[in-house]
Design a protein around this ligand. Sequence first.
Ligand SMILES: O=P(O)(O)OC[C@@]1(O)O[C@H](CO)[C@@H](O)[C@@H]1O
Length: 303
Amino acid sequence: MIVTVTPNPALDVTYTLDRLTPGRSHRVQQVVQRAGGKGVNVASVLTQLGYAATVLGPCGGTTGAELRHDLRDRGVLTALTDVEPPTRRTVTVVEADSTATVLNEPGRLSAHEWDEVAARVRTVLREPVEVLVASGSLPRGAPEDAYADLVAEARSAGVPCIVDTSGPPLLAAVAAGPDVVKPNQHELAEVTGTDDPAAGARELQGLGARTVVVSRGRDGVLVVTPDGASYAARPREPLQGNPTGAGDAAVAALAAGLLEQPWPDLVRTVVGWSSAAVLAPVAGMVDRAAVHDLTVSALGGEA
Ligand SMILES: O=P(O)(O)OC[C@@]1(O)O[C@H](CO)[C@@H](O)[C@@H]1O
């Protein structure tokens, strides 16, 4: 079982339209509303591809009820914690040229409610768990070291953990010694102050992360492990679709392959899964055939 923790899940609203012009009103062509938040998307992708995954995190209000129902309808397992603040919403506007504009509400959670979520994680970690994934922003009110706590819980349970967050919560998590962190290149530059992804990755290793996976959009994925570095990228044909959630599919691939695939293979799998997510209309979705084709066609090697 792979367990994903999303401290700040969301009801994602995705609008599709030809072109977004700030300051104008628009007629939306298509609306999709579904359960989201980064760890929720990771579990959604894993479930679609036949892996056992369970979503943990807080859930509140009518938005939280919709999130819960949507996950149940899609067969995604949950062990959510009921909280008072309503689950936030996010809005993504996807244009015909594949540009995605994302508006993330901040979300809210008290420190006490975070403790309840963390206690649930601790209980679940007593069961056989292969990998713990902790992803996304922290809601207002949650302690900044929430991810560091999760890493410490996973380490004391002997469960490998993958963290995907940004800013101060990322630095706090790194200091707790996670197995893998997956910043994108902007998040890495923000916390390390360097635009060189290999140098930034080594800096995070110096601060406590074992392996650093840097997602670089069209420039592919760089992995820096204690034993060396590998990269993979797509051949140069552009992919049309919705890039939101590509990072979550990358994390799903990491979780699925961490215990099974050597890094040079796994990094190509990461590129395949995240590229397939770009082709899907909404975050947290992939097509199985696309996953296969895009993994086989990914190019990679030692960095
Ligand atoms: O506010 P966060 O947690 O950073 O990001 C939230 C979010 O935009 O990221 C996902 C795509 O990665 C969406 O499903 C989701 O709602």
